[in-house]
Design a protein around this ligand. Structure first.
Ligand code: GLC
Length: 537
């Protein structure tokens, strides 16, 4: 039992170091820039920063292609700068977790360079096959870019295994030296002061014939070993957040019996929030939550609306995927692999009601909310950029040239990805400074919701009970903890709705024109695309 399950009531904030704030005028965000903006994150009211990979890398997959795990990419700063960032964050009460791609390295990593050499003693640090036909049941993840999970290496004279880009060879966890080396990487960053890790792409650590090579028992055994090591060597309050994009039963397996990862993303619930808005009913959300098993007391889901990747549609049916594409990605250019490469605000057509409704769900469904930088100010995207770059553009701090991301004297060509130029989302339209000053802004609304949520620990740690009723435009549930209980009612339709909740007879005081208390229960009336949080006795 960890002494301090802080992650169960925390709000996480994902920010891309290259895109947040450039302190030295080279057009690329850096660690010193993040330090300059910690004041903002503290003001906003988030608790933990998630830093996507900042290690040295050829940057062919946004840094998820690591060439040196014990370094900071020179564009971003140094290990010393990272120590300062951790220290400055901790002084403001902000924790920081590092995103660690442990499934694969870059093909530029010295381990791989050595392993491919004929006769190398390190050959079995990676996964090889003469024919490149082994493990045919494993799906291809980057469908738009790769035709096979094997790539021929003329130097090694063999094929190597990779679940993502061909320049990202998978490490071979059957070799115990690999697992040890990865633990040493973790120790290095934990010693520096990190509060834990997002463990990138963990379902794929091991391969076995006759399986789809995901969620294997050997993978869970290794993750339990990581957990044991960290608990023993660092005490109990560092956190492991798995990135296991799986159906609920398989995703919940990453919690073990409370002895594996503390957190895992709930990938399947995310697209269903958007489906509910488009279909004006909540049946898909209810179904997936009912299919989600209970999880150990010390564990927590991570829930999110968007992140640095495409909005993944891997965990929906083929029919639902077509529906999502039709509604949210009618232009082919906005589709990528099995997903949609757009940001939150453009996805919902810049509709403030939809943005508030989705955040209302994010802050009350079971799990810790994870925000993606820029969504709190309604930032746009740029689908003219390749791959996922269009959702990774610089944070818009003010309405000046370069949005206050970097100095206005910097050559625009040095800023990559470029600042969003679409009319409705240009820095003049969406920026932190203007929204901080405007009490009615989206930013101030998100901030005040975070403050309200902080006063509702039941949203993080409480029980969750979906209420039965006969209006499927409304999701109604109760979050309870000790003597506290809050009713959440969300109307996903464009029309006013009412729900009759028999089980709440006598538990809410009237006194609000939208509430009708009668002996048979409680009737809650909710406007189009609105949500209510009501304290229950
Ligand atoms: C994870 C990351 C993604 C990356 C992939 C391969 O899914 O979120 O950005 O491309 O792993 O490392």
């Amino acid at each position: 039992m960890p002494p301090n399950p802080w992650y169960r009531t925390a709000t996480f904030y994902e920010l891309l170091p290259r895109a947040f704030r450039d302190s030295n005028g080279d057009g690329v965000g850096d660690l010193a820039g993040i330090i300059e903006r910690l004041e903002y994150l503290e003001w906003l009211g988030v608790d933990c920063i998630w830093l996507p990979p900042f290690f040295d890398s050829p940057l062919r997959d946004g840094g998820y292609d690591v060439s040196d795990y014990l370094s900071v990419h020179p564009d971003l700063g140094t290990v010393e700068d990272m120590a300062q960032l951790l220290d400055a964050g901790h002084r403001r009460g902000l924790r920081v977790i590092a995103d660690l791609p442990i499934n694969h390295t870059s093909d530029a990593h010295p381990w791989f360079r050595e392993a491919r050499m004929p006769g190398s003693p390190m050959r079995n640090w990676y996964v090889w096959d003469e024919t490149g036909s082994r493990y045919p049941e494993a799906r291809i993840i980057f469908l738009d870019y790769e035709a096979s999970n094997w790539t021929w290496d003329p130097v090694a004279e063999a094929n190597y295994w990779h679940r993502f880009y061909h320049h990202q060879p998978d490490l071979n966890y059957d070799n115990p030296e690999v697992g040890e080396a990865v633990l040493d990487v973790m120790r290095f960053w934990l010693d520096l002061g990190f509060d834990g890790f997002r463990l990138d792409a963990v379902p794929y650590l091991y391969e076995r014939d006759g399986t789809n090579c995901e969620n294997l028992p050997e993978t869970h055994a290794y993750l339990k070993r990581v957990r044991r090591t960290i608990d023993e060597e660092y005490g109990g309050d560092r956190v492991l957040l798995a990135e296991a994009n799986q159906w609920p039963i398989d995703a919940a397996a990453y919690f073990g019996d409370g002895d594996e990862c503390h957190m895992n993303f709930h990938f399947p619930v995310m697209p269903r929030l958007y489906m509910a808005l488009a279909r004006e009913h909540v049946r898909d959300i209810v179904k997936i939550l009912r299919d989600t098993p209970p999880i150990p007391e010390t564990c927590q889901w991570g829930i999110f609306l968007r992140n640095h990747d495409e909005l993944t549609l891997e965990m929906v049916t083929d029919e639902d995927r077509e529906f999502m594409w039709d509604v949210y990605a009618p232009e082919p250019a906005s589709r990528l692999n099995l997903g949609i490469r757009r940001r939150l605000t453009p996805l919902v057509g810049n509709d403030r009601r939809a943005l508030e409704l989705l955040h209302g769900l994010l802050f009350s469904l079971p799990g810790s909310p994870i925000l993606y930088y820029g969504d709190e100010i309604g930032m746009g995207d740029d689908i003219s950029l390749p791959d996922r770059d269009g959702v990774r553009t610089p944070m818009q701090w003010d309405g000046s040239l370069h949005a206050g991301f970097t100095g206005s004297g910097v050559d625009a060509a040095a800023v990559y990805p470029p600042i969003v130029a679409a009319e409705a989302y240009r820095p003049e339209q969406a920026n932190v400074a203007a929204q901080r000053a405007d009490p009615g802004s989206l930013l101030n609304w998100v901030r005040s919701m975070l403050a309200v949520r902080r006063e509702h620990p039941e949203m993080g740690r409480g029980t969750f009970e979906i209420l039965e009723h006969d209006n499927d435009a409304v999701l109604a549930f109760v979050r309870g903890m000790g003597s506290r209980a809050t009713l959440v009612a969300v109307n996903v339709s464009e029309h006013p709705q009412a729900v009759h909740l028999p089980s709440l007879a006598g538990r809410v005081e009237a006194g609000d024109a939208d509430l009708i208390v009668d002996p048979t229960g409680l009737i809650v009336q909710i406007g189009p695309l609105e949500f209510r949080w009501l304290r229950l006795s």
